[in-house]
Design a protein around this ligand. Structure first.
Ligand code: IVH
Length: 714
């Protein structure tokens, strides 16, 4: 359909237009309208047909807006095939087409408070309202799934359809019937409604999506790309049983139509959109909850604040949302404001920052880990991704680069997985022009800055290349960072940044130095002072009393995790006992395998390592098992036996640690995050996001501190 040369040209022109430049051949309004039309059609083809977009949604929207603005200025240039003259389509011919009772339009987009301010002014202009007047808006999440349109007659579900091309949808009634959140009957007649069309979005919870994909991975099946595709694909499955398998949910967000038996409108009588959603809630539909996901706000600036608040907390929400929808709350005013051919004038989407972006892979740099693992890192042209500038992306290992066939100079598609860590989805192969160069995997340690080259090794069955004998000290730095970290010695207040600074200053060379820091000199450092130096000393002193497993884990022995460290700690009297252990002594311990055995034996065979442990002991670091190292007898009685528990917020009557100990003594298992597996959440003051998430899950028992203590006392 498009040659690769055309595709390259389209990509370059699109990026130029996005950067505010006019590409050659598009200098006049006429050629620009034509050019933009062509570009947008190309990107739609990449998105809808190839399922392989080269622009982020945000970038597409920006181009679309440019065309819209230009056409508004020059209406005589609007062509019938302009992307602005139709709504997108998902019709394929596999399902029966059915007409919607009213056309299903799209939404205009906004990206910030200013855009919303402009929207508000326009609405008021349409309504002949004073700009300074208050106009109330209803705001709710913009769910990122597949549209569903449900028709009820006589209180019965009679038909369900996808959005289709906006006028005709695909009939999927049999599939909708297996979605539990869609009621098969609903008492619309109570509100004088006889024939009704309601609209909503079918989505899958993020955690269900993750579990499903984990199962598919285990079974060796292909993975779903994202929750959205899982939902839209799910709606259009041939077998309802498979639809049921996906555990889809439908959030309903509005009436599209509603008449009484005589055929007269009976929706407007409800007064506001908010009230309409209250009614739908009452009738048993799953609707965004008022006071949480949705709110009626008295004016646009409060609506904008609500949008911004949701953008900040979108990650904690169990469903994918790509923005919020802001709607004029008054239903009569909605109709008065009217529609364009593309979208209602009374509603607008507030789009969150994009989660995908395209950029160029400029270079690959390398990092070394605590056990010498070499990690390649892509350096890219800086690009905004979900509100953060990205210029550095991990490439994990050599296989990742090979499997994706990444090359220097490639245009790459970036995504933020779980919205924390950005990663490269793929190179955009058809945008290559031949100037791309292969990434040469290094044979020698690329971090080593001494004269002495070290050959990298790759153990059988492992993905990582390692520098086996560090001569430059880079690995020591990583080991110290790990040693002080939360999972190992957990030295409060001494993170990566300080370790790097002290390392630079020559005060830290090995983990032993952590326990003999020059606090007087630290107090003199900029940004430190006497007090923080003393606090640091206190943390280090406290860490010296740590249980032995933490020290063992903090030695950075390859494959020795926290669990195996605990097992070893329980079975010695002194850490140096391990230096004399035979292979058998190790493998006699249940759950200690040959890999751990070999690595621990190797570690203790190095005289320097044994010497370091003696030095640590001399500095007062605990080298013997403590009570915490020894296994506690399993609690089989108590109010919380078999329950998983989590504490959040600040407790008033005891410390968090003490509360956890008491919960454990009463049989509870303490977990660290809110998930479907959590049974009980105990909340102190100012609980924050964990509480919200637990409430959203709906399966977690929430207890106050008093209730918790009450249960302990019973
Ligand atoms: S209102 C007349 N509200 O976004 C159109 N749409 O571009 C009114 N969507 O695919 C749409 N959440 O399915 C509206 N709370 C919400 C929505 C929402 C998701 C989807 C909708 C359609 C697209 C509209």
């Amino acid at each position: 359909m498009y040659s690769s040369e055309d595709q390259r040209r389209f990509f370059t022109s699109s990026k130029a237009l996005l950067a505010g430049d006019i590409p050659a051949g598009m200098e006049t309004p006429k050629t620009l309208v034509e050019g933009l039309g062509q570009l947008l059609r190309y990107h739609e083809w990449r998105y809808y047909i190839q399922d392989d977009p080269v622009l982020s949604d945000y970038e597409y929207d920006q181009l679309y807006k440019q065309l819209e603005a230009l056409e508004a200025e020059h209406p005589e240039l609007i062509r019938a095939d302009s992307p602005t003259q139709r709504v997108g389509s998902d019709l394929s011919g596999d399902f029966r087409s059915v007409p919607h009772l009213t056309p299903m339009l799209s939404l205009g987009n906004s990206y910030n408070a200013e855009d919303l301010g402009e929207f508000d002014r326009q609405v008021k202009r349409m309504l002949n309202m004073d700009e300074a007047a208050q106009l109330a808006y209803a705001v709710e999440p913009k769910y990122d799934g597949g549209t569903i349109v449900l028709v009820y007659e006589n209180d019965q579900l009679v038909r369900a359809a996808t959005r289709g091309n906006g006028t005709l949808g695909e009939e999927i009634t049999h599939n909708a019937r297996v979605i539990r959140s869609i009621p098969l009957t609903a008492a619309f007649s109570r509100y004088g409604l006889y024939r009704v069309e309601v609209r909503g979005e079918v989505i899958i919870r993020k955690d269900r999506f993750a579990t499903m994909n984990a199962k598919r991975a285990e079974a060796g099946e292909t993975l779903f790309a994202n929750p959205r595709n899982t939902a839209t694909g799910g709606l259009r499955m041939k077998s309802p049983a498979e639809v049921a398998n996906r555990q889809l949910e439908a959030f309903i967000y509005s009436f599209g139509y509603g008449t009484d038996e005589a055929g007269n409108d009976a929706v407007q009588a409800l007064g506001t959109h908010s009230r309409a959603l209250d009614v739908l809630t009452e009738l048993g539909f799953k609707v965004p909850a008022t006071g949480y996901e949705r709110e009626a706000l008295p004016n646009i600036s409060e609506a904008a604040e609500f949008c911004a608040r949701w953008e900040a907390q979108r990650e904690e929400y169990p469903y994918e949302i790509d923005g919020m929808v802001v709607k004029v709350d008054d239903l009569v005013l909605q109709e008065r404001a009217g529609y364009t051919s593309h979208h209602p004038r009374w509603a607008i989407a507030y789009k969150f920052a994009a989660k995908q972006a395209t950029t160029m892979l400029e270079n690959v740099e390398y990092q070394v880990g605590k056990i010498g693992t070499i990690t390649p890192v892509a350096k890219t042209t800086p690009v905004a991704l979900a509100g953060v500038m990205i210029s550095s992306v991990s490439l994990h290992n050599e296989d990742f680069i090979r499997d994706k066939d990444l090359r220097l100079g490639d245009k790459v598609l970036l995504e933020r997985a779980g919205d924390v860590i950005p990663y490269i989805v793929k190179p955009l192969e058809d945008l290559r022009d031949g100037s791309e160069r292969p990434i040469e995997w290094p044979t020698h340690c690329p971090i080593n800055d001494t004269e002495e080259p070290v050959t990298l090794v790759r153990a059988e069955g492992e993905a990582a290349w390692r520098c086996p004998a560090c001569v430059c000290g880079a690995q020591n730095l990583q080991r110290i960072i790990f040693h002080v970290s939360k999972v190992a010695m957990d030295i409060d207040g001494m993170g990566r940044r300080y370790v790097e600074q002290f390392y630079e200053l020559g005060w830290l060379r090995t983990i032993v130095d952590v326990y003999r820091l020059p606090y007087e000199q630290i107090a003199e450092l900029e940004g430190f002072g006497e007090k923080s130096a003393q606090n640091l000393r206190k943390s280090v002193e406290a860490a010296k009393k740590n249980p032995l497993w933490r020290l063992l884990h903090g030695l950075s022995i390859h494959h020795l995790g926290s669990k195996a460290s605990r097992l070893l700690a329980q079975n010695v009297d002194h850490v140096l006992d391990l230096a004399d252990w035979t292979e058998e002594q190790f493998t006699n311990i249940k759950d200690i395998g040959p890999t751990v055995t070999q690595n621990v034996m190797e570690y203790f065979s190095v005289p320097l390592h044994r010497e370091q442990l003696r030095e640590l002991e001399a500095l007062g670091v605990n080298v013997r098992p403590t009570d915490e190292d020894r296994p506690a007898a399993e609690v089989t009685e108590g109010p919380f036996v078999g329950k998983s528990m989590l504490f959040t917020g600040s407790l008033q009557q005891m410390s968090r640690k003490e509360a956890q100990e008491r919960a454990k003594a009463a049989g509870a298992r303490i977990v660290s995050a809110v998930s479907g597996k959590l049974d009980i959440l105990v909340v102190g003051e100012k609980p924050g996001s964990k509480l919200k998430k637990a409430q959203a899950l709906g399966t977690v028992v929430v207890m106050t501190e008093e209730e918790f203590l009450g249960q302990l006392a019973d």
